[in-house]
Write a protein that binds this ligand. Structure first.
Ligand SMILES: Cc1cc2nc3c(=O)[nH]c(=O)nc-3n(C[C@H](O)[C@H](O)[C@H](O)COP(=O)(O)OP(=O)(O)OC[C@H]3O[C@@H](n4cnc5c(N)ncnc54)[C@H](O)[C@@H]3O)c2cc1C
Length: 367
């Protein structure tokens, strides 16, 4: 596609759609982003904001598979882009997304989780006692405790604000409360979208970045399912700014501003609602208590839910799906981590600058 006067329509203003718009906005392209609701209110607003490529890879159940290796390579590539992305957003918008190289601590317990991670993490991990001799914030460290120093975290709600600000300032139009009803095709090529109200918007390229709801738009998103996640914001009453992210078996604690931490998250496949319930809240509190002895005394400040978009193999799909149609889908529990790599790689593909090798294993297929 020639970028001169080209028009790209992105369906979905979540992490995937906004990040892609940010990557495209520096190119000579007219950008239109349609969202069924409000921009930046999807899973990004519910997220914990971990940029944890090595921890995600180390927790994999199938580390010897080629898919695992491709995912880890993509995730590391994206994690390395975050310092520059966050700095660029700060310079262009004045919004600090609070990217911090906090590291990930795996304190260890009797579940064997730390031992499993130690076996997978290899050279990316060091002994927690050595790393945290001066600054282990009350986490009891089992003998096998690990520290992954390259990992980071950010504030995902600040990120949503910064991405919106950046793309609007660059001239992109974001149409809120504008659900896309169907794709429009002409002569075997996707040439636009039809909104629920009947309006047709023409485009040289259409990108589906509609999260878990994308399956109703095109067959290339078949299999995509919602995975609900609930998460808590807790007030520790202290300063958590220098705390690492802490991960146990099925639970994590992420430092946030104001002495707060986020404790999450539930994994509820097949559910697409954002209701919260007390049973899940109590289970998350109990799990957090197994990581940190003070957690039961931390004050509950907020409790919310979001919906992750996941393919059955838990891998993303990104790239051209049909003539005139591209997708950026299936971020599952890593949609923030992966956002820069998926966005920059897809922007290059849309504008004909070439295909990023990191994305090749995640090309969509259908039919
Ligand atoms: C509790 C929780 C914790 C998480 N923690 C992390 C983490 O620590 N690190 C990490 O990397 N990831 C994390 N994630 C995952 C991450 O948040 C998601 O992978 C990512 O936000 C998905 O973004 P998306 O843009 O693909 O989808 P969505 O956020 O679902 O956005 C899709 C957008 O498309 C819109 N849309 C849908 N259908 C239509 C239509 N027909 N027309 C127009 N618009 C439409 C929706 O309104 C929505 O705004 C977490 C998720 C949850 C729920």
């Amino acid at each position: 596609m020639s970028p001169t006067k080209a028009r790209v329509c992105i369906i979905g203003a979540g992490a995937a759609g906004l990040a892609l718009a940010h990557a495209l906005s520096s190119r000579a392209i007219e950008l239109l982003i349609c969202d069924a609701g409000k921009a930046g209110q999807g899973a990004i607003a519910a997220s914990a904001g971990m940029i944890a490529a090595d921890a995600e890879a180390a927790e994999s159940l199938d580390p010897s598979s080629s898919a695992h290796r491709a995912f880890h390579s993509l995730a590391r590539h994206s994690a390395q882009m975050w310092p520059l992305w966050s700095e660029t957003l700060l310079q262009s918008t004045g919004i600090d997304v609070q990217y911090r190289r906090s590291g990930v601590l795996v304190p260890g317990d009797d579940t064997g989780h730390a031992a499993h991670m130690a076996a997978q993490a290899g050279r990316f991990a060091i002994t927690a006692r050595d790393a945290l001799a001066e600054d282990a914030p009350g986490y009891p460290l089992a003998p096998g405790a690990l520290f992954l120093p390259g990992e980071a975290r950010l504030d995902p709600r600040a990120l949503a604000r910064a991405l919106q600000h950046a793309v609007r300032t660059a001239g992109a139009r974001i149409l809120e409360d504008s659900p896309v009803e169907r794709l429009v095709s002409t002569g075997g090529r996707i040439t636009g979208v039809q909104l629920a109200g009947g309006d047709v918007l023409n485009a040289d390229a259409v990108v589906i970045a509609a999260g878990w709801a994308a399956a109703r738009l095109h067959a290339c998103a078949d299999g995509l399912v919602p995975v609900k996640g609930q998460i808590l914001r807790l007030d520790t009453g202290g300063d958590t700014s220098r705390w690492p992210v802490v991960r146990g078996d099925g639970v994590y604690i992420v430092p946030a501003s104001g002495g707060h931490v986020l404790a999450g998250a539930s994994v509820e496949p097949g559910l697409d609602d954002t209701r919260t319930d007390t049973a899940t809240r109590d289970a998350l509190m109990a799990q957090a208590g197994r990581l940190h002895p003070d957690a039961p005394r931390w004050r509950l400040v907020d409790h919310w839910a979001g919906v992750r978009p996941a393919f059955p193999d838990r891998m993303p799909r990104v790239g051209e799906a049909a003539p005139g149609l591209f997708v950026c889908l299936g971020g599952h529990r890593n949609g923030i981590l992966l956002a820069p790599a998926l966005a920059e790689g897809l922007a290059r593909e849309i504008t004909g600058e070439g295909r990023d090798g990191h994305l090749a294993p995640f090309a969509p297929s259908y039919g």
